[in-house]
Design a protein around this ligand. Structure first.
Ligand code: SF4
Length: 332
């Protein structure tokens, strides 16, 4: 058996192209946060000189990569992510890792996105026609993720934490789409047999994945359920009301995360209405530029919105817990 060629990802990219090129995708965010000691990884990055005033995700991914030289190539998103990721790519390049650039042009520039896809395919030695075939092969898996999402907001049979974990893991399918699909089917069979539940308060969670542990579960203990995980749902590219996109370029044009905030606002409003949400929590990461998107979200969404900020790995702290309790109380 040949050794898998591992491709590190710092954010969601057209994973179908990587799979078509015979690569095994490895989402570095997921590896960092599911590591047995993510706080230790962050500390190690700081000991190596990365500043305290740098987003925790970047430090965690960097330290994880240092321990995993087998991830010899990493895709660096040059537009549509953040300048911290650019800095991370420079550091990894200096450690001898190969860097493959990928950029998300403007959402209104489908030809630009097609050029980016073609360049990525070229760099990864993949055939775009094969990548389109992979996209079609992944449709049943994405349909199952849609089922999982509906079991969350329509019947309360899948809780917010489970929903989050499955959807964020769809950025790389844990490196093995077939195995992921089989595990997902088994999970759905088990979840469907659970009794339906209706929470007192229905919430949406916006923003980058929280670095803190147990946010969803903490809310559940207060009688509130997260029925919409905005960014994880975007990572998973669910068919939604429109059905599957007809091609890769359209699929990654519909993806709201890398583009300007207006597309996110339209998506969040629609999902809040469909899901009957009572309120929204906007999670922001300390030292992340996306904190600037809090104002437009707050001004445009017209719903109760609580902004939370997280810095380091660890459980939900007492102050955050108090703020959540007050918010849930008011909504309830
Ligand atoms: S949380 Fe913000 S700063 Fe950190 S990697 Fe993500 S986009 Fe960049």
């Amino acid at each position: 058996m040949s050794t898998p060629r591992l491709l590190g990802l710092t954010s969601t990219i057209p994973v179908e192209v990587a799979l078509a090129g015979g690569w095994t995708p490895v989402d570095l965010n997921n590896r960092f946060i599911t590591h047995p000691d993510p706080a230790g990884l962050m500390q190690r990055a700081e000991d190596l000189g990365l500043p305290r005033t740098l987003c925790a995700w970047i430090k965690g991914m960097y330290a994880w990569c240092l321990d995993h030289p087998e991830v010899a190539t990493v895709v660096g998103i040059t537009r549509g992510d953040c300048s911290n990721t650019h800095g991370l790519m420079e550091l990894l390049a200096r450690q001898g890792r190969g860097i493959v650039p990928f950029d998300y042009p403007d959402a209104a520039d489908p030809e630009g996105l097609e050029r980016s896809l073609a360049r990525l395919a070229d760099d990864l030695g993949a055939d775009l026609a094969r990548a389109e075939q992979v996209r079609r092969e992944l449709e049943p898996l994405r349909d199952d993720l849609e089922r999982l999402d509906r079991l969350t907001w329509q019947q309360g049979k899948v809780n917010g934490a489970e929903n989050h974990l499955w959807l964020v893991s769809a950025s790389d399918f844990d490196g093995d789409p077939e195995d992921f699909a089989a595990r997902l089917r088994a999970f759905l069979a088990e979840a469907e047999a659970r009794p339906a539940q209706e929470p007192r308060v229905r919430l949406g969670l916006l923003g980058v994945p929280p670095i803190m542990d147990g946010l969803h579960d903490t809310l559940e203990q207060m009688g509130a359920a997260v029925m919409f995980n905005e960014v994880p749902r975007q990572f998973a590219m669910l068919p939604g009301e429109q059905g599957h996109a007809p091609n890769l370029s359209e699929q990654y044009r519909r993806y709201t995360y890398p583009y300007e905030v207006g597309g996110r606002i339209v998506d969040i409003k629609r999902q809040a209405e469909r899901r009957g949400l009572h309120g929204l929590i906007h999670y922001t990461q300390t030292f992340c530029w996306r904190q600037m998107q809090d104002s437009p979200l707050r001004e445009s969404l017209g719903m109760p919105l609580l902004t939370l900020e997280g810095d380091r790995v660890g459980p939900v702290d007492a102050r955050t817990r108090l703020r959540l309790e007050a918010f849930v109380e008011v909504l309830g």
